[in-house]
Ligand binder design. Structure first.
Ligand SMILES: Cc1ncc(COP(=O)(O)O)c(C=O)c1O
Length: 380
């Protein structure tokens, strides 16, 4: 874990705003995932934070990757580009899944020579894949309950369970190979029953597919959704893993490969944001701090990811409820309207936020002329 002293030293050396990535923590998260879910191959969901240095660390640790666009695919591919062709294609088949169910024709054309696994969830996509990426392997994404997840995904993606086997057979009829099923229970899922229900639903679809003559499927992708420990209400990962292990071992024989696409879990705790106070005002009796990073930048997860980011002070003092605002002129650029902070902080003092690694810097913009925070890697 990065210490407060380290954060302050890095801010002194590099200036602010800073986005610090701790690679020891990434390795720890990956190791924890593997330890508690030994049967599950972990495909890091690159979208959570696509910095090439992070992908490199996970590549070296032995991770696999979930990509959702051609640029993400190429960030991963950079690590294997010099392998002999046969080995490189085998690595892609085994360790990359293109997990965006809707793909532009141009992307499919670009993907085809790499012969990756791709997800789909509708008939139009079958026709597109047949035409533009006939060498891809298919994984059918099914719709599952996202009850209680912070970020709901089931209204956007996933075939209705009742249509699933028809879609598998349609793809096979078109001459494509369907290798398995995938689902996503919603991001930051603290309702562990979602995983239990989804795994049972997937097992029913495997059974129906077998009964209707499809025996090829040999993988189940249990998606992302593994929660980051943002606060004490999030139950330990071990508890979730125990439930998942029980279900997959009960429902799926050993020859079925189990994959997962953890994004947030791998990276959230590895990112720390350090900001500087550039302005201070008292409005309606409340102390308001204006800092050099905000909701259009590292704190964009407040908008895009329903995050509640907490600001901490390096210095102790009598705390009051304060407002914290970002640097742009925009009204939306609010980090928090009620943060417990010392009210006597001075301009130039620093604040920090922990657990900022996922869906934060990844969706940072250049809005209002303010560039994204500087990235500093530690323990690479
Ligand atoms: C297809 C897919 N897989 C994996 C993820 C990563 O999810 P999480 O960060 O909740 O683990 C997402 C996130 O949106 C996704 O859409």
């Amino acid at each position: 874990m990065i210490t407060k002293k380290q954060m302050q030293e890095l801010a002194r050396k590099h200036g602010t705003p800073l986005f610090i990535v701790d690679h020891d923590e990434i390795r720890r998260n990956y190791a924890q995932f593997r330890k508690y879910l030994p049967r599950v191959q972990a495909y890091y969901a690159v979208k959570a934070e696509p910095l090439p240095e992070i992908v490199r660390t996970l590549y070296k640790a032995g991770a696999s990757f979930d990509v959702a666009s051609m640029p993400e695919f190429l960030i991963v591919h950079e690590n294997i580009k010099n392998l002999p062709d046969k080995e490189r294609l085998a690595w892609i088949w085994d360790k990359i899944i293109y997990a965006n169910p809707i793909k532009p024709n141009e992307t499919l054309k670009q993907l085809d020579p790499y012969r990756p696994l791709v997800t789909y969830d509708n008939l139009e996509e079958v026709h597109k894949i047949k035409k533009y990426a006939p060498h891809a392997g298919l994984v059918l994404r099914i719709r599952v309950a996202n009850t209680g997840a912070v970020v709901e995904l089931s209204s956007k993606f996933g075939a209705a369970p009742g249509e699933a086997v028809d879609l598998i057979l349609a793809a096979e009829k078109a001459g494509l190979g369907v290798e398995g099923l995938s689902f996503h229970v919603g991001s930051q899922t603290t309702n562990f029953e979602n995983f239990v229900q989804a795994t049972n639903l997937a097992a029913d679809i495997f059974k129906e597919a077998r009964e209707r003559g499809h025996t090829r499927m040999n993988l189940l992708d249990i998606g992302g959704g593994f929660p980051a420990p943002y606060d004490a209400s999030v139950k330990p990962f071990k508890e979730l893993a125990t439930k998942i292990n029980a279900e997959i071992n009960r429902l799926f024989p050993k020859n079925i490969e189990i994959l997962a696409e953890p994004g947030r879990f791998m990276i959230a705790t590895a990112g720390t944001s350090v900001v500087k106070i550039n302005g201070k005002a008292v409005r309606d009796g409340k102390t308001c701090y204006y800092v050099d990073d905000g909701a259009y930048h590292t704190y964009s997860g407040i908008i895009f990811d329903h995050q509640h980011c907490h600001m901490k002070s390096f210095r102790k003092g009598k705390e009051e409820i304060c407002g914290v605002f970002g640097p742009t002129c925009d009204a939306l650029d609010v980090i928090s309207m009620s943060e417990n902070l010392p009210a006597d902080l001075k301009l130039g003092e620093l604040l920090y936020s922990e657990n900022m690694g996922a869906y934060s810097h990844a969706s940072s913009t250049n809005f209002n002329g303010f560039p994204p925070a500087k990235v500093v890697h530690i323990n690479r």
